[in-house]
Write a protein that binds this ligand. Structure first.
Ligand code: CO
Length: 155
């Protein structure tokens, strides 16, 4: 019985069948979660029944979109599903950029360097800020600091 689990796991992970199946065999081409799940110090010589450390199932991924997205020209950003879209907006200096909250949750738009800061935006609320100086403006939602956005202002 234990020979089967050994045969299945050909990648050196010796923590159990579940680990072998999830970690090795499948084609998880996406970003693997970086949490080191098991300590390699457990000296159990192959499966002593009770103490099998089950790793965390990879279900708890935050809804963070990839931040490295190409700048999108325009003057409007929608706030939807706890994200700014487009994540990176490109505008000319002098442009009034409008954010619209399409979530049922309140959000804010706050420049990391303090250049602008919206009040709390309820559902459907709009915030407008006119960018007069060229530069790159990284902003967040202060309620949900994992929400990142960028406005690139060109001269
Ligand atoms: Co938010």
């Amino acid at each position: 019985m234990t020979q089967i689990s050994k045969a299945l796991c050909a990648c050196g992970v010796a923590a159990g069948i579940a680990v072998a199946l999830t970690a090795c065999g499948t084609h998880s081409a996406t970003t693997a979660d970086p949490t080191p799940v098991f300590a390699p110090g457990s000296p159990t010589p192959g499966f002593s029944g009770g103490s099998v450390m089950m790793p965390m199932p990879a279900m708890t991924e935050p809804p963070s979109t990839t931040t490295a997205s190409a700048p999108v020209a325009g003057d409007a950003v929608s706030i939807e599903n706890f994200a700014f879209a487009p994540a990176t907006l490109s505008v000319r200096a002098g442009t009034a950029v409008t954010w619209t909250n399409k979530d049922e949750e309140p959000h804010t738009v706050a420049d990391k360097n303090g250049g602008f800061h919206s009040p709390g935006l309820g559902t459907g609320a709009v915030y407008t800020f006119t960018f007069t100086k060229a530069g790159t403006y990284d902003y967040v939602c202060t309620i949900h600091p994992f929400m990142h956005g960028t406005v690139v202002v060109t001269p």
